[in-house]
Design a protein around this ligand. Structure first.
Ligand code: 9MR
Length: 392
């Protein structure tokens, strides 16, 4: 790998972004500097050996943990090789689309009074047939709302529309769900509200208590499922992520103090390949603060975007793997963490090819298996982290 003659790997890691300006004055542009910094993340000598033949599911189970992934119904239905691979590697399935209110082509709630469980039922059956746990995502979110929502839902009927949704959807799978993401992504610190809540239609229609209502109704409807608050942007030592971690802790404290039945935090963990501001001490503290509230923790949507990483596949895979192993080493050290799910299993099917594609046109490689369903270094990294995790 070409290295800038003036910036050794170690030195580049130590240089903060604050030095950018001075680097600029020395004649190195920002983007060039960043790419040196990213390349410096690569350690060609790092060992990603995973011992033995066991699947990720088996390695997790050996530690009292659960490993699984999100999947789309069309992919699982039509791609037998992918389905086999899923069953071999995973102990839990979460539909990437099928339990959202409305994804184009997958309308769970096509109109206010109609529910279509075609996909979600098929996925539930697939899970049952293959002895997988089943996980629900998500009952309340500001995205993937149906086209009818805007013109139909108002402050008079919003609570009734929400309660009906939770009772119908969570009710259908009651007793069969491992866990539900009851509320997803309710925090946005940039909105500058005191309570840090995101300005969503739910907040506007029902006020901050929509979160409590959702958890209360979910608990009544499916007392067996673990009830999760799920969010992203909690990983790095950046002012944004720091603010988000603080806001999440505050929200969870508020919910707990009111007796709202939140039982776990879902940390999405969409990692950024190339992000150097990883601080294991701060992350550890965050996990431990959540655990000290008596909450479980799930890593719910793990993947690594390689959008800004070098094109060279070997380099890219090493940086992705290192991000995964470094992150999971911290996460799995916290005994309150009970599960790890990746957001997809194979690079064959990933949201990142649509949402974070590479400018050089190379296919993205964010997940444990490559597009041919062969395990990559990312798989090894997860396997190693599971193997090193303390037993629950
Ligand atoms: O991966 C999902 C993508 O295919 C959908 O188009 C999108 C909207 O429904 O949601 C994506 O999944 C998101 C998840 O539901 C919540 N966290 C962020 C995920 C990636 O955007």
């Amino acid at each position: 790998m070409p290295k800038h003659p003036l910036v050794s790997r170690r030195r580049a890691l130590l240089l903060g972004l604050g030095t950018l300006a001075s680097m600029g004055t020395l004649g190195m542009g920002r983007s060039k500097y960043l790419s040196y910094q990213i390349e410096a993340l690569d350690d060609p000598k790092r060992d990603f050996t995973a011992v033995g033949e066991a699947s990720l599911k088996e390695r997790a189970a050996a530690k009292g943990l659960i490993y699984g992934a999100a999947m789309r119904y069309p992919a699982l239905l039509s791609d037998a090789k992918l389905a086999n691979c899923f069953v071999r590697e995973c102990g839990i399935l979460v539909p990437e689309w099928g339990l959202k209110w409305y994804v184009p082509g997958v309308p769970l709630r096509p109109n206010p009074d109609k529910f279509d469980f075609t996909e979600a039922d098929w996925m539930a059956q697939f899970a049952k047939t293959n002895s997988l746990l089943y996980r629900g995502h998500t009952l309340v979110w500001h995205e993937s709302l149906p086209p009818w929502f805007k013109d139909t839902v108002n402050s008079q009927n919003a609570e009734q529309v929400l309660v009906k949704h939770i009772k119908t959807v969570a009710g259908r799978y009651a007793g069969k769900m491992h866990s539900w993401d009851v509320v997803n992504e309710a925090i946005a610190t940039y909105e500058k509200r005191q309570d840090n809540l995101r300005k969503t239609p739910w907040l506007e229609l029902l006020g901050p208590n929509y979160i409590d209502t959702a958890f209360r109704v979910a608990a009544e409807t499916d007392p067996k499922a673990l009830l999760v608050y799920n969010d992203f942007g909690l990983e790095y030592d950046t002012p944004e992520d720091e603010a988000k971690r603080t806001a999440v802790l505050k929200l969870l404290e508020r919910l707990k103090s009111k007796g709202t039945p939140v039982q776990a935090l879902g940390i999405q963990a969409h990692l950024l390949g190339g992000e150097t501001r990883f601080n294991s001490k701060k992350l550890r503290e965050f996990f431990s603060n959540v655990a000290s509230m008596g909450l479980k923790i799930l890593i719910t949507e793990l993947d690594v975007t390689d959008k800004n990483l070098p094109k060279n596949t070997a380099v890219r895979d090493r940086i992705v793997a290192a991000s995964l192993e470094d992150y999971l080493a911290v996460a799995l050290d916290e005994p309150a963490v009970i599960a790890v799910l990746t957001w997809g299993l194979s690079d064959r099917v990933t949201w990142l090819s649509d949402f974070q594609s590479r400018s050089d046109g190379a296919a993205v490689r964010p997940l444990p298996m490559d597009a041919d369903l062969k395990p990559k270094l990312a798989w090894n990294a997860i396997a190693r982290a599971l193997d090193s995790a303390p037993k629950r």
